[in-house]
Write a protein that binds this ligand. Structure first.
Ligand code: SME
Length: 163
């Protein structure tokens, strides 16, 4: 019988893990030398946006009282303010854990800044004394783009930033 895979993942978990290892080696040297938190954010965004083809938008949201305010990002225009308590970014702050949304259309609390975003992963930043000062938010224009390898790889990358 002839057949073909319509939605075969373009990249395996093992390939993702190997790629994140390479990105961590590259980012370590750069982020150690970052003169500020914002320069580290901008540098990590550039690495991710240009090295991972399924990333459509990547950026940081930082906590300011009862709002999450956008910081450095790469990709199309995004929401500047995420008011408490709606959205996946706020959920990530509350849980203190990475959140993967395979299909944003099935997540009623998701805030759509761009209708082309189809899946999302949000990683908490770990500040001093266990305080979470914000999140790394990554969107894809493909459904189901993010997996455990992304959660681990992105967590290791943000943990290189001196907050
Ligand atoms: N989807 C996020 C909002 C930020 S954008 O994806 C850039 C959320 O639900 O919190």
């Amino acid at each position: 019988m002839d057949y073909f895979f319509l939605y075969l993942p373009m990249i395996s978990e093992a390939q993702k893990v190997a790629r994140y290892q390479r990105l961590i080696s590259q980012a370590e040297g750069l982020l150690e030398k970052s003169p500020s938190r914002e320069s580290a954010f901008a540098t990590l965004n550039a690495i991710l946006y240009h090295k991972i083809s399924y990333i459509f938008w990547v950026g940081f949201y930082l906590l300011h009282e009862k709002e999450l305010i956008v910081n450095a990002y790469q990709g199309p225009l995004a929401c500047q303010v995420l008011p408490y308590p709606r959205g996946i970014c706020w959920q990530c702050i509350r849980e203190g854990l990475a959140i993967i949304v395979p299909d944003v259309n099935l997540a009623p609390d998701h805030i759509a800044c761009d209708s082309r975003s189809k899946s999302e992963i949000v990683i908490p930043l770990k500040g001093k004394d266990g305080i979470i000062p914000g999140v790394l938010d990554v969107d894809s224009d493909q459904t189901g783009a993010f997996t455990e390898a992304d959660a681990n790889g992105l967590t290791n990358l943000v943990n290189l930033i001196r907050l």
